[in-house]
Design a protein around this ligand. Structure first.
Ligand code: PLZ
Length: 445
């Protein structure tokens, strides 16, 4: 199994058929009969293997990945260190349930999360399977530790699809529509969105704090939960000073500051975590996605006095911190360090921003270019306005897909194209992807 992966896919995008090709189309027909219609149907090319930034589909087409499975395979596909760690762990044992009989890999991931997350205070961690599960548990900890109920979240936020996290997520369609009733004691504050509100960070923070104090009351707030750079909501980078002002307010009022770094964490923005760029030290950090290089693993890491306030048995789950996923995380973190993928993310970001700003100066449908490190996006508008242009975003992604480039949309208004390349993508591969993207923008504009 491992040896068959060693035959290289090469490094270049190459289409042998139209995409999706005949085999993908046949699989897609099978899917329509057996898979719930409730799942998003993205780009229906069925993948057989992957290596680096290249995905090979069942028709033999080689596709360029600018999405990393939504910021998950940040270290790239088929990384030998991860394959080896996972293979060894599968052979050793795959599951005991950490709550029944523990194992070292779980402990090591928690040690690494304590080391890598901001702040040198004492921290402990609990591991889970998905981002939504991590967010739910962060809320449980904040409520228990403070004895308060209210959770403040922000406009455009995305935190998951479970019942509690649907309440935390802002966008109705497709995430919440007709799935209620939703959990109570969730309050939504205005976000800093420089392109649309023109406010400075401190001004936007003051606006949010005034809302919280008048509509909720600081002493009722258990936790303030925020994505330091919003993901699904549109890669919204808050104005400088917004996050520090909120963190300061939280500290002053005994409110647990929870950074949801599930999409922005693990070198994606050019540092281990997006909060590092503004020197913010959260009380709790939620992680998932990039943490385990493609295996399902999520973490809640927080101040020991918060995390340890929970009674024994209050946190857990059958699979949380599964040994195979934990082994993958340890190898992923090592790989990120030895290959300096945070530094690479900054280089990729500089290249993407330069190309996208140039493109924006030529095409009036690009209203804003933003992001940090290798978490970069541009927002499509009706020329000369800020009116969202979701049709253009859709057309651009379709154009990219037809050329064998995986690109993703996001945003409350569906009008943002986001770029999340694997951090090991080569300069030539990125240039190729950006060339295709430029043609797509030209065609849409
Ligand atoms: N918090 C910041 O980005 C997941 C969602 C894809 P799970 N984002 C991708 C989709 O349409 O379901 C995400 C996130 C942030 C939480 C989550 C939830 O993580 O692992 O998908 O549960």
């Amino acid at each position: 199994m491992v040896t068959s992966l060693s035959s290289s896919l090469g490094t270049e995008r190459k289409l042998l058929t139209e995409v999706p090709g005949p085999k993908s189309r046949a699989l897609h027909e099978r899917r329509q009969r057996s898979v719930s219609a409730g799942l998003t149907q993205g780009f229906p090319v069925y993948i057989e293997r992957a290596e680096g930034a290249i995905l090979e589909d069942v028709d033999g087409n080689l596709l360029l990945d600018l999405g990393s499975g939504i910021a998950v395979t940040s270290i790239g596909h088929g990384v030998p260190e991860v394959i080896e760690a996972v293979s060894n762990q599968v052979a050793a044992f795959t599951h005991t349930c950490f709550m029944v009989t523990p194992y070292e890999e779980y402990v090591e991931v928690c040690e690494e999360l304590a080391r890598l997350t901001p702040g040198d205070h004492q921290k402990t961690t609990a591991l889970f399977n998905s981002g939504a599960e991590a967010v739910e548990n962060a809320v449980k900890v904040a409520r228990l530790a403070t004895g308060r109920a209210a959770i403040v979240v922000f406009e455009h936020a995305y935190h998951g699809r479970t019942n509690l996290t649907m309440a935390l997520t802002a966008k109705n369609m497709p995430y919440k529509d007709r799935f209620g009733p939703f959990a109570p004691e969730i309050y939504r504050a205005p976000m800093s969105y420089p392109f649309r509100d023109g406010l400075s960070g401190p001004e936007a923070a003051q606006r949010a704090i005034a809302m919280i104090e008048s509509q909720v009351g600081a002493h009722n707030v258990a936790g303030l939960l925020i994505e330091p750079i919003q993901g699904e909501g549109g890669f919204i980078v808050p104005a400088d000073g917004f996050l520090p002002a909120l963190a300061e307010w939280a500290k002053k009022n005994g409110v647990v500051f929870i950074a949801d770094e599930i999409q922005s964490g693990f070198c994606r923005t050019g540092d281990w975590f997006a909060v590092n760029h503004e020197g913010v030290v959260p009380d709790i950090v939620t992680t998932a996605k990039g943490l385990a290089g493609g295996m399902p693993l999520a973490g809640v890491t927080g101040r020991a006095e918060l995390m340890n306030a929970v009674h024994e048995g209050g946190l857990g789950g059958t699979y949380g911190g599964n040994p195979v996923a934990a082994a993958a995380a340890i190898a992923t973190i090592r790989t990120m360090e030895t290959r300096n993928l945070a530094g690479r993310a900054r280089e990729l970001g500089a290249t993407m921003l330069e190309r996208l700003h140039a493109l924006a100066s030529q095409h009036a449908i690009i209203g804003d270019v933003r992001g940090r490190g290798a978490m970069i996006a541009f927002e499509l508008v009706q020329p000369g306005t800020t009116t969202p242009n979701a049709a253009a975003a859709k057309a651009i992604v379709a154009h990219c897909n037809a050329q064998g480039v995986i690109a993703l949309t996001c945003g409350t208004y569906g009008n943002v194209i986001r770029l999340l390349p694997p951090l090991i993508i080569s300069d030539a591969q990125l240039a190729d992807g950006l060339d295709v993207l430029s043609d797509a923008v030209a065609a849409a504009g």
